[in-house]
Design a protein around this ligand. Structure first.
Ligand code: SF4
Length: 380
């Protein structure tokens, strides 16, 4: 490891931030651990431009950890709709309750305690501790891993435990010595990875800007910038088929609450069959009875067949998740009445109240696309 680089890194990075870092973001310069935590979770898998729009809205609706903890999970999921990765919203809600119950509503400053809270990993714990409490705690998100792998020519896959442990050690060694520098340093590290030492177009290769580390960066000196960090070959994500019932009765639609541990966990969606490995071409259309049995397995098909006489094939929608792709075949049904069910996971929802429910984004788009709900009805 280059000693010169280790001793000067934080100083140079902070100086770089003063010249070229991002500023004016609504969550910057905030020492309220709740506000920092919400922004960090929201930024995890969401683009900054989207967070700029959604973060103030979320904070207005849930301005304190107490308010978030007291909210219904459905309200939180509805507010989160469209941001994806819904486990983040479920964890935010559970974590807020944990902070209220175990820490009297105050986030702990110790990153080790923060890491024990629901949905907070080591890097996020480091960011909260650094921003809100000026703790000398490192962060190591994907951007930081890339910067460090290049600066110190770290070989091996980032998922490898030995490589990961090594990167954490480097991240700790590079921290500024003064705790009061931790917020700007942590922000600078995030900004440098997001805007200058990017995965595909790092500034040292474009020649447009002068990287402050170009003389020490091992990847730059050995012409390995684009080959570091080493990439792992990803297997092609599997594809699945499922059938979904778009059942209407008058101005109401039948929704089903998804199990909390499933994809889109806790959101309200259309009743659906079990996902099966995609078959091409798709087998012939199932009968109405088979569709009802597959999508409403806890219900008596005979009872539902009394109110649903016909079925019509609707659109097929493809949705890409991180690790899988889903093809949803929509089947449109009209029921003669809103048949009540003992199953609390089934609910007839008037179209003008859909906005109160957290819906998966493709379902929301489908309902808007079919003009079943005006855009206003789906806003929350
Ligand atoms: S020289 Fe290039 S690869 Fe190295 S830190 Fe700077 S931008 Fe990143």
């Amino acid at each position: 490891m280059s000693k010169a680089l280790t001793t000067t890194f934080s100083e140079k990075l902070i100086a770089w931030h003063a010249r070229s870092g991002r500023s004016g973001l609504p969550w910057q310069g905030n020492r309220d651990a709740y506000a920092v935590w919400v922004s960090e979770i929201m930024l995890q898998q969401t683009q900054v431009a989207t967070v700029l729009e959604r973060y103030p809205r979320f904070m207005k609706r849930f301005p304190t950890v107490k308010k978030l903890a007291a909210a219904q999970l459905d309200e939180v999921l509805a507010e989160w709709a469209g941001l994806g990765y819904y486990s983040r919203a479920r964890n935010l809600h559970a974590c807020a309750q944990q902070v209220m119950q175990e820490f009297a509503g105050q986030f702990p400053s110790d990153p080790i305690l923060l890491e024990e809270l629901k949905g907070i990993g080591r890097s996020t714990a480091g960011a909260i501790a650094a921003f809100a409490f000026h703790e000398r705690a490192p962060i190591l998100d994907a951007n930081v891993k890339r910067i460090l792998a290049r600066l110190f020519s770290v070989e091996g896959a980032l998922q490898d435990k030995v490589v990961n442990d090594h990167l954490w050690k480097l991240a700790s060694k590079l921290l500024p010595s003064k705790p009061q520098d931790m917020p700007v340093y942590t922000q600078a590290l995030m900004d440098f990875g997001a805007t200058w030492c990017t995965a595909r177009k790092p500034v040292c290769l474009s020649g447009e800007k002068k990287c402050p580390f170009e003389k020490d960066c091992q990847a730059n000196l050995s012409n390995q910038v684009l080959s570091l960090p080493h990439k792992t070959v990803k297997a092609k994500s599997p594809e699945f088929d499922c059938d979904m019932l778009l059942m209407r009765s008058g101005n109401a639609i039948l929704l089903q609450k998804r199990p909390s541990k499933a994809i889109w966990g806790g959101l309200w969606s259309l009743p659906e069959s079990v996902w099966v490995a995609k078959s091409t071409p798709r087998k012939q259309a199932p009968s109405l009875k088979r569709l009802l049995v597959a999508a409403l397995p806890d219900e008596s098909p005979a009872v539902w067949l009394k109110v649903c006489k016909t079925v019509k094939a609707g659109p097929q929608i493809k949705h890409v998740f991180t690790h899988r792709r889903l093809w949803m075949q929509i089947w449109e049904l009209n029921a003669t009445k809103c048949l009540e069910s003992e199953n609390t996971h089934l609910k007839w929802v008037p179209l003008n109240q859909l906005g109160r429910y957290g819906l998966p984004q493709p379902i929301k788009i489908l309902l808007q696309g079919l003009s079943l709900a005006r855009g206003d009805d789906l806003k929350n």
